[in-house]
Each structure stands twice: as C-alpha cells, then as structure tokens.
Design a protein around this ligand. Sequence first.
Ligand code: IPE
Ligand code: IPE
Ligand code: MG
Length: 257
Amino acid sequence: MADRSFTSSTQAVPVVGAVPRHVAIIMDGNGRWARKRFLPRMAGHSKGVEALRGTIRAAIERGVEYLTVFAFSSENWRRPADEVSFLMQLFIKSLQKEVSRLHENGIRFRVIGERTRFEPALVKAIAAAEDLTAGNTRLHLTIAANYGGRWDVLSAVNRVLARTPGLTEVSEAAVDAELSMNFAPEPDLFIRTGGEQRISNFLLWQLAYSELYFTDTLWPDFDAHTLDQAIVSYQERERRFGRTSEQLADDGMGRHA
Ligand code: IPE
Ligand code: IPE
Ligand code: MG
C-alpha cells in the first residue's frame, strides 16, 4: 500500500513563497536546439541529458523533494525509427553511466510508464537502478518513459475494477492510490520548455491544480538559472484551490497573511 500520509496538493494550500515540493517538467526542444546549430536531432537529445543532470543537482540544492520529468511519451513511438532507437540507447547508456552517482547523492530513482515495449536490456537497467536506490529519500527522481496520462488513469481504474468484481462506481481515492505516481504529492509546479504551451498527455490527473510555467528556453539550455526563474514565478503566485484570497488571508495562508 502506498504511503498516503502526505497532504495532497489538491486539498492543502502550501504557504505562498515556499519552494515547490514537487516539480514536473516536460523537457522539450532538443530537436530545435540541434537544428539551430546545424546538428542532427540526436545531438540535442545527448545535450538534453546534460541539462537533466544539472537540473537534478539544482533541484536538490533548492530543496525540491520530487522531480518528475517527461522523457518519452507513448506518442513518441511515432517518430522515425532511428530517432526512437537512439533515444532508447541513450536511456540505457545514461542509466548505466549515472546510476552510481544518483545513488551516492541519495536520489531515489523510478520510472513510470508502460515498460513492456522496452527492450530487455533497458527493462533490466531500470529495475537495477530502482532496486539500488530504493532506500534513498533526498530527492525522488521519476522519469516518465513510454508514459501517457490517459494510460495511467485507465490502468488505475482497471486495477480497481479487477480487484472488486461487480463494482459499479470507482472513487477518486481508489484511483489516486493506483496511479503510477501514488508515492508522491501532486506537482506544485509544472514546467514546459521549448515554447509549446500544452500538456501532451503528461500527468493529466495530478496536474489539476499545479501552477503552470512555460518557457521558450530549449531543454538543452535549461539550467539552475532557468529553474530559479520558474521557482520565482511560482513563489509569486497565490494558490487558492477554489477558495478566495480573503479566505486564505483569514486562515493565515494567503499572500498578505
Ligand atoms: C524533447 O525534445 C525530447 C523528446 C520528446 C524525446 P524534442 O525532440 O521534442 O524537440 P523538438 O520539439 O523537436 O525541438
Ligand atoms: C512531449 O514532447 C513529450 C516529451 C518531452 C518526452 P513532444 O515534443 O513529443 O510533444 P508534442 O508532440 O510536440 O506535443
Ligand atoms: Mg518536441
């Protein structure tokens, strides 16, 4: 059973100005970064891994507890076969290269998404990294790979139904507990790089009340500085979850409390 002892972001109002506990990022713009330099798209993906490394370090320094990044969507299989294959190899190579460093830094590594379509070497590398880092708590790093938000919600609903034959209604709490991110609070801050302003089937259920931040910065150029800009923007916002500003002030939670 998942640990549900945290307060869900949908219910509890975090203090304005706090560092977001959970940051979720769509790492977009690798291809355009490469094209601008007359390089193959693959060069952008390789550079993107470096940007992720820097972002992980910065997130830890800032006190972020959960970092979830979209690396490959269930729709990305539609890309040219050589690009898909390059991305899979890059995933395996990066994992093998980085896993001990992740572990040394107290990072708990997880992958969410449908793994059955991955080649055995990748499935093995993921399982090994998850096992090795299972006891770590400093930062929960989650990579969404072959992930789709609709797949996640439907799988959760189907698991609930399968468990209780004859069930005609499924509760929010039951679905919540079966989602692949059931171990984490909902994202406080959602970032998408690369200028596009869409969710692209990322964490559909959990983004209900996340603060959205879009930047034209291409993912390979993302770093501690651009992360800070997103966090500052987040800290200036008032999260109301349906309430009014006055209610928040009365409860000591608002901007001017
Ligand atoms: C994001 O960069 C990485 C993946 C989707 C794997 P893109 O490859 O989508 O880069 P653009 O959007 O073409 O610039
Ligand atoms: C979304 O990026 C998924 C990832 C970053 C892995 P895309 O670049 O594939 O998204 P769309 O297709 O432009 O929406
Ligand atoms: Mg893209």
